[in-house]
Design a protein around this ligand. Structure first.
Ligand SMILES: Nc1ncnc2c1ncn2[C@@H]1O[C@H](COP(=O)(O)OP(=O)(O)O)[C@@H](O)[C@H]1O
Ligand SMILES: [Mg+2]
Length: 82
């Protein structure tokens, strides 16, 4: 099972499409790098995964817990160091 599963995550800020249908999986024990130019949507993606902002559409699962339906369960399982 993937420890992080991202399924077609999207987020708009007004007319700006910050994240468009992003999907990926991270396996347990894997070191995963999310790379892209300035403005690519990395920070917005991580903010959604860490439940700081809600996704516009799509969903993601951390240890099987939905960032939309179970944000407190996700928070219990993560540490974020910006
Ligand atoms: N709070 C916000 N309000 C409006 N636009 C935003 C906001 N956060 C990010 N954006 C826009 O969304 C896009 C993606 O930004 P961001 O996720 O910060 O990219 P990255 O971290 O890859 O540089 C950019 O066009 C940025 O200007
Ligand atoms: Mg950033």
């Amino acid at each position: 099972m993937a420890i992080v599963e991202v399924k077609e995550l999207s987020k708009n800020f007004g007319k700006v499409q910050a994240v468009k249908e992003v999907s990926f999986e991270i396996k347990e024990g894997e070191a995963f790098g999310l790379l892209g130019p300035n403005g690519a949507g990395k920070t917005t993606t991580i903010s959604m995964l860490s439940t700081l902002i809600p996704p516009g559409s799509g969903d993601a699962f951390v240890d099987g817990k939905s960032i939309i339906r179970e944000p407190m369960e996700v928070k219990k399982r993560i540490g974020v160091v910006p």
